[in-house]
Design a protein around this ligand. Structure first.
Ligand code: FCB
Length: 442
């Protein structure tokens, strides 16, 4: 497998999952800080208070990236470090952290991809309704504009939002994520305002006239397949496909929500103001695809949504309970390409949690993760060969970290993190990935 020249080989992280010190140097609390300190929300009562202590160990972490041979790194900015209440007065100490990080990456020859929103909304904005409030789109665009002014000359790749579908569904509809709401009306509004905030941020980016920078959005995608040929199974699979894969992309690329989903939500459907869709449709430079698994779906009258996912007996599943299905990466890349045209794509996340345990000598051997990465890279390569304009691959994650509602119980890293001592150890998957990347340079 020889990937194209200039292909980005990266790993990804997110601020709240790795940084720790969430209130340091004048930062404002985020909804994840508040949520994780609410009893009963996170497995084992874990919080992001320390996480990987990356806020203080970022230089060491860049050294690890160098050892891995990465030429790209995707991370996110904690909005509340830069604007403690989400808007208004800038906290320069927080901003400086990201400036130092970006400069350190550039010195190391590592291309930064900066995600502006990876779920850690400033808590004060949640007190005003969060994304369910239409003004949140504007607050986000103002914050984005500040970041473009401050770092636009140094960061070549910008992502507005990470997985808006997950924010809407897990944050506002089902409640497993911050802010922990269960309100379909609020969820539909939040989804629409996320799109609007994205569009306004893209407009602010264009207004800045940056020469060497590009902007896109990161979405979670995956095949939603029927368990059988029965019309009911096909119907629920199509509904889930439209909901997960099209709900955010159709507005961005076509200016409309998918009909089937809108009909399904009925009275709760989002109400777009006349000018919203043109803003949401602002041209983007690339699309980020996060791919982990597929869902196989069957009709189930006893379920409120009328469907259930069918466990795939005999297939390997990760610690998250997600089926390992590498072909799905090819399938979804092909689908995006056929559906939305020649937009450059990045795999902005792909990875697996397995129960890694260090040997008494302190080594971490994770052959399942090696197989996982290899198999997915094969499918990425196949997609490129079949004409998909794929420009890079970011493994999730650089290191074990705070896996949201699962706390520290799920390890996705190329680096093993001992959360007691903060010692990092390269897993065998990290060594494998480093060798693979080195092989690409030849
Ligand atoms: C994605 C998130 C990322 C990480 C992985 C496992 O949905 O974007 O932060 O938690 O899942």
């Amino acid at each position: 497998m020889q990937f194209p020249q200039g292909f980005l080989w990266g790993a990804a992280t997110a601020a709240y999952q790795i940084e720790g010190s969430p209130l340091a140097d004048g930062a404002g609390a985020s909804i994840w800080h508040r949520f994780s300190h609410t009893p009963g929300t996170i497995l084992n009562g874990d919080t992001g208070d320390v996480a990987c202590d990356h806020y203080r160990r970022w230089q060491e972490d860049i050294e690890w990236m160098k050892r891995l041979g990465l030429n790209a790194y995707r991370f996110s900015v904690a909005w509340g470090r830069v604007l403690p209440t989400g808007r208004g007065v800038v906290n320069h100490k927080g901003l400086d952290f990201y400036k130092r990080l970006v400069d350190g990456l550039l010195r190391a020859g590592i291309t930064p991809m900066l995600t502006l929103y990876h779920w850690d909304l400033p808590a004060e904005l949640q007190d005003c309704g969060g994304w369910a409030n239409r003004d949140c789109a504007k607050w986000f665009a103002d914050y984005a504009g500040l970041m473009f002014r401050e770092l636009g000359d140094r960061v070549p790749l910008w992502a507005t939002l990470n997985e808006p579908w997950v924010v809407m569904a897990l944050g506002y509809l089902w409640g497993q994520h911050a802010p922990g709401m269960r309100d379909i009306g609020a969820a539909a509004k939040a989804g629409h305002h996320l799109l609007l905030g994205h569009g306004k941020a893209v407009q602010a980016f264009r207004a800045q006239g940056l020469r060497n920078a590009q902007i896109g959005i990161v979405t979670n995608l995956g095949p939603q397949q029927p368990a059988s040929n029965s019309p009911q199974d096909q119907m629920v699979a199509a509904l889930w496909h439209n909901f997960i894969n099209r709900y955010f992309l159709d507005p961005i690329f076509r200016g409309e929500y998918p009909d089937t989903v809108i009909n399904f939500i009925g009275e709760f459907a989002p109400k777009a103001a006349p000018d919203d869709m043109p803003i949401i449709q602002s041209r983007i430079d690339f699309l980020g695809v996060n791919y982990y698994t597929r869902n196989v779906l069957a009709y189930d009258a006893s379920d409120p949504i009328g469907s259930r996912t069918v466990f795939q007996e005999g297939k390997l599943h990760t610690e998250m309970g997600w089926e390992v299905y590498p072909e799905g990466l090819y399938e979804i890349l092909k689908w995006v390409h056929e559906e939305y045209g020649e937009i450059p794509l990045y795999i902005t996340e792909n990875g697996a949690a397995f129960p890694d345990t260090p040997t008494p000598q302190g080594e971490v051997d994770d052959p399942l993760r090696v197989d996982y990465i290899r198999a997915h890279l094969e499918q990425a390569y196949r997609a490129i060969r079949d004409g998909v304009p794929l420009k890079g691959y970011f493994y999730w994650s650089l290191m074990d970290n705070f896996e949201w509602a699962f706390g520290y119980s799920k390890r996705f890293g190329l680096l093993y993190v001992d959360f007691e001592t903060q010692k990092r150890t390269m897993k065998s998957s990290g060594r494998w990935y480093a060798e693979f990347i080195a092989g690409q340079r030849r």
